[in-house]
Design a protein around this ligand. Structure first.
Ligand SMILES: [Zn+2]
Length: 486
């Protein structure tokens, strides 16, 4: 017994030593002090007024493109032309499908691969009946309490205007980039981006098939709430999850509900959905969480650092903690979301067909084919028909964090947000960037240069979408610095 206890003690000491060594040896991916990016010579109030003017033009995307009112998009183009005269004199502008815009600012060194900045002109509609809940109307471009309110203030006109404002200021100052700078602004990002991003990417494929870096909207500088840290964290999307929607259907004899069969088509579909929810896809740290933790590790308290540094031991604990919240859970696995159920329209009649629609968001590493296979296995019912709705797609390639482009992005972020940690993560939503993946699989990043707290972030796509007025000069400063640093 004593020998056993002694052995156990030695094993524990050995384990503790390994855990400790891993923690102390942990590489620090964060940069030291970075010189502040210079302020950009714009009049801040006029820059904000330019953005406010853009918010007054209701470039609303409708799910059916035919229902989209295109007049505001014409007005928006004219507005950009008026507001940024130097950009429109000096940069080459090409259009796709009339509203997709590609600006090209040729670099002095043609041997360098271009930098591509992305943003989109369209916005989501305001939910009918919620207009009155806005502190300021959604398309008035008005300020209140230090915030600029309006649909598009965060998603995504601040980036369209911020990029153009930076380029206009650099042109005014006589700057010429060594590397060609491209700006591509789609007009239907909120509805799949087929006319905008996809067509712009196809055009670029013929003109600049290889890019140094692509930067689109995505993570922000979160002021609070990342891994319990008190300092802000700049989340840089290195991939975005894939997408698959399946319709499950069951057919059976319809008829009067007074004599139902043991299992109705409604019951069969409901059972299939219940099985899918009860058996979520496996949680994985290698789908993006590992990279995020590695970048945050140096900043967290020692106990947490020990956990982050020893994922081989504490993986289950990390997964359990993350899985407790919907956002943490979404970072951890391919998610399963039943969104629509249909069957029957009369309370005393059995429908002959019932359906359920389930939306999956695929973690990098889980392919559409693998998800389909697993869904069939879980449902395990040959009477359930499966149909793919629209086109499924895998997650985009995961861009690296050990290349020169990321290092430049990292440094630029720190030069504008000196207190922020920088960390890679996987974007759970969709952005235009995926259309450009083949042009730059190694360095496509998703980041919005704005420091915000969680409450304001949640206004995106919701009621009272708003940008802190004081944050806008940083947006312009960031883009100007990035163009210079690249
Ligand atoms: Zn967007």
């Amino acid at each position: 017994m004593r020998r056993f206890l002694l052995g156990l003690l030695l094993i524990l000491i050995g384990l503790a030593a390994v855990l400790l060594a891993n923690t102390l040896r942990l590489p620090n991916h964060q940069l030291g002090a970075v010189p502040a990016a210079p302020a950009v010579a714009v009049v801040p109030d006029s820059a904000l007024a330019h953005l406010a003017g853009a918010l007054r033009i209701p470039t609303v995307s409708r799910t059916r493109y035919a229902e989209t009112d295109t007049l505001p998009f014409d007005q928006f183009q004219a507005y950009l032309q008026r507001t940024f005269p130097l950009v429109h004199q000096r940069l080459r502008l090409q259009k796709v499908n009339r509203y997709g815009l590609l600006y090209e600012w040729p670099g002095t060194n043609a041997a360098l691969k271009p930098l591509l900045l992305l943003a989109h002109q369209d916005v989501v509609p305001v939910l009918p009946g919620t207009d009155s809940q806005w502190v300021r109307p959604p398309f008035a471009g008005q300020q209140a309490g230090g915030y600029l309110y309006g649909r598009g203030a965060l998603d995504d006109k601040l980036n369209v205007l911020g990029q153009l404002e930076a380029v206009e200021a650099l042109l005014r100052a006589g700057f010429r980039p060594r590397r060609t700078v491209l700006l591509a602004f789609g007009h239907d990002e909120e509805t799949q981006g087929r006319r905008g991003a996809a067509a712009l990417a196809a055009l670029l494929q013929t003109q600049h098939p290889q890019l140094e870096m692509v930067l689109d909207e995505g993570g922000l500088v979160k002021a609070d709430g990342v891994a319990g840290l008190t300092q802000p964290v700049a989340l840089v999307g290195v991939s975005e999850k894939g997408y698959l929607t399946l319709e499950l259907s069951a057919t059976g004899p319809g008829g009067h509900s007074s004599m139902p069969p043991a299992l109705t088509s409604v019951g069969r579909v409901a059972a299939a959905v219940a099985k899918l929810e009860a058996q979520p896809f496996p949680a994985r740290l290698d789908g993006g969480v590992s990279g995020l933790l590695a970048y945050l590790a140096p900043a967290v308290p020692f106990g947490k650092r020990l956990v982050f540094a020893n994922q081989w031991v504490f993986g289950p604990l990390i997964k359990k903690t993350l899985a407790a919240t919907p956002s943490g859970n979404a970072a951890l696995r391919t998610t399963t979301a039943p969104t629509i159920m249909r069957g029957g329209d009369k309370d005393n009649v059995l429908p002959d067909r019932a359906t359920a629609t389930v939306n999956f968001r695929l973690l990098p590493g889980d392919s559409v084919a693998a998800v389909l296979r697993r869904v069939r296995e879980i449902i395990d019912d040959p009477q359930i028909q499966l149909r793919t709705v629209g086109e499924g797609r895998d997650a985009t390639p995961v861009s690296g964090t050990d290349n020169a482009a990321f290092a430049t992005l990292h440094r630029t972020i720190r030069s504008v947000f000196p207190r922020a940690l920088v960390a890679p993560y996987v974007v759970v939503g969709a952005t235009d960037a995926r259309a450009y993946a083949s042009l730059c699989p190694q360095a496509t990043y998703r980041f919005i240069p704005v420091l915000m707290n969680q409450v304001a972030i949640e206004s995106l796509h919701g009621t009272n979408e708003r940008l802190r007025a004081g944050a806008y000069p940083d947006v312009i400063r960031f883009y100007a610095a990035l163009i210079k640093n690249m």
